[in-house]
Design a protein around this ligand. Sequence first.
Ligand code: SP5
Ligand code: ZN
Length: 343
Amino acid sequence: MLTIYSPEHHRHHGAAEFYRGKLVPCFESPERAEQILARVKERGLGPVRAPDRFGRGPLARVHSGDYLDFLASAWEEWQALGETGDALPYAWPAAGLRRDVPPAHIDGKLGFYSIDAAVPITAGTWDAVQASADCALTGARVVLEGASSAFALCRPPGHHAGARAMGGFCYLNNAAIAAQAMRDGGVERVAILDVDYHHGNGTQTIFYDRADVFFASLHGDPAVEYPFFLGHADETGAGDGLGANLNLPLPWGTSAAEYLAALAVALARIAAFGAQALVVSLGVDTFEGDPISHFTLGSDDFTTLGRRIAALGLPTLFVMEGGYAVGDIGGNVVNVLSGFEKP
Ligand code: SP5
Ligand code: ZN
């Protein structure tokens, strides 16, 4: 399987995120992508190439223009304050406050365009997130051109980013951008399967009222887990998209057997939808050793996960999302991909 990777990800390196009353070191580190790349090479998954550059067009198919402008200028506006650390939001337009008047000050913009304070912006964040999206878009192009699969080694991840909001270490929604590019490339029905431990709130929201992109997610129950305010089972889509959204929230401590049973439900629905291509939001934070998550999948279970996805028989783009057990992340990711290739 082809891997698409860009070293530009190094240019995004947040120092800290706000968590339980303190600034704590970011779990989402450059080392994550390097560990995955090292295991891809060591285990001979296949060739590794750099992404093509796609520019703003395909990003604007998913994200609003004002949000892209904000991301592009945020660091410069933050620098003008004389700050030396990373930009982080601290005030949000929660219920009862106005969302219809975009703020002019960068402090206001940071909150206006985010859902939490786990999204530091550094000097190279905009370049890194564009390169990450380019990896996903290159993967979509390769699959559109006839490849049976590809792996976009995206960093930063994307599935918590909405049309006009960053959050949960995510800035541009790489999986949504790739799925939309597949639609624009002529695939009529695309499915997104999100196996990251956290609900893909951004992806769900982007496609919620559409019948052409099916979204299925297995994740920690938002009653007790980030992102808390989306990802419940009763969210089934709206308008034309009614029935094209499937959430399978699972409790803390979910075992591999329980996980794979829920996966079978999602795969059956994707098959019934009649998907012609699949985008997998591939997080491996379901691993038993993950430092911020509460499922108990072992490394071998990731091979099974890949095999079960392969049984759909669809052209498939894997897009990297979360996974924070840095010593195991690469092995777990390559297990999924090799399980997919050698079912
Ligand atoms: C892409 C992805 O997996 N994003 C996950 C975002 C989760 N953010 C909230 C988790 C806060 C965890 N901080 C843990 C500190 C434990 N001592
Ligand atoms: Zn996650």
